[in-house]
Design a binder for this molecule. Sequence first.
Ligand code: GAP
Length: 515
Amino acid sequence: MAQEDVFKKIVSHCKEYGFVFPSSEIYDGLAAVYDYGQMGVELKNNIKRYWWDSMTLLHENIVGIDSAIFMHPTIWKASGHVDAFNDPLIDNRDSKKRYRADVLIEDCIAKMDEKIDKEVEKARKRFGEQFDEAMFRATNPRVQEHIAKRDALHARYAKAMNDMDLDELRQIIIDNEIVCPISGTKNWTDVRQFNLMFSTEMGSTADGAMKVYLRPETAQGIFVNFLNVQKTGRMRIPFGIAQIGKAFRNEIVARQFIFRMREFEQMEMQFFVRPGEELQWFAKWKEIRLRWHKALGLGDEKYRFHDHEKLAHYANAATDIEFEMPFGFKEVEGIHSRTNFDLGNHEKYSGKKIQYFDPELKESYTPYVIETSIGVDRMFLSVMAAAYAEENLDGGETRVVLRLPAALAPVKAAVLPLVRKDGLPEKAEEIIRMLRYDYRCQYDEKDSIGKRYRRQDAIGTPYCITVDHQTLEDNTVTLRDRDSMEQTRVAIADLKSLIGEKVSFSKLLQKIAED
Ligand code: GAP
């Protein structure tokens, strides 16, 4: 199946089974805003728990906070967001549609890549088994020509972005004859900078309302609380502060479902270190974070680092952890060595001393910071993308199954009475009453047992427990495994530990240390 089709299927599966709904749907939706449904919220909460526990339980020197979304507006001056948190925008005069200039160019580069891939695929068919792709790419004159064109455009684009040369970005669009996807014309305006922060007003107008921003990242709430936490928690460097919360960006090109949203959630951790030790810690956090991802078992080959060539002016190292989505490798998490830029600037703008006295070195300094920043929604999408599978079964049947990491599954066990009589429903309820303090369970008595299994497969429930007439005689049930579909007869008394073995969070956390 084409990857594009897989992605469409995941989006509709998310809606059909209560994971993600378009926001304000009965009013025709609100672009790039989504609601999580009854299944989605459980999966999302489990992802957050996995991250939170890995930070605050596995590291004695990391504590959490929950800062407000509204903050003093000067914070966003100090952080650089008021002046530099911009996207380059261009309008098409005929369609009156607005685009990100960089995205138009990146799409053009992607089309060139597709052209090259098509040539390769054609040759693969022609040459059959002996086909040597690397050799073909390196020697075929047509492919070489396409690659040279593509690389030249990429280099020109990268330079224009690096210099934020807006005229050059427009010229690239003109030179490459990029047309508006709606009007099909090249009638473009100049490229302008557009700030991505949402703003609103606080206080009544009579009192003189103050313009405040909806935070575009949670990190600044950590920086401005650095001294509060350090002093009240008697924290010694190195130490970290973790936070999970909403962030808002007025994204112009909002697409790919929950990958790029206007309201989203971040899980960020700022790790404060001695100046000069930051690059060691940067390397360490790269490793720790990749282990966290890999412990979920979504497939080690689906991850890669993408080191930034162009660094923000305040960073001295930065990398993305990319995950293979159905639309290619994409950033899920950023790891940044942010130097002492943020704390230093907050000291400057607030006029308050923000220094740490190091008892071992017997000196005060502005700590350096390593940041790990991951989007909950992008993590959700990667889990969904890796878990979604369509399978052909014996007998010509098919099933859609979400192979979710068991600890993250919204429902851990479904309890199903074989028939709706003879005391089986009552026995099933009894089992739920026993398990529900530890695991989220679902009761289902409607339709054939096969249909009920399919429903649970579709939401990723690791276990189905079937109660039948034998259960009444010997207190055993069948336990069906989602992935292997194997059924084993087990004692009700053993259910708690058997399920716990597979779905436990502590096992998952231990895996991070083992891998
Ligand atoms: N404090 C650093 C920071 O915010 P970022 O690379 O802009 O860095 C971090 O964002 C992470 O937040 C990204 O890796 C991504 O997972 C998530 N993210 C950013 N913008 C997003 C959006 N519009 N929709 C969904 N997730 C987003």
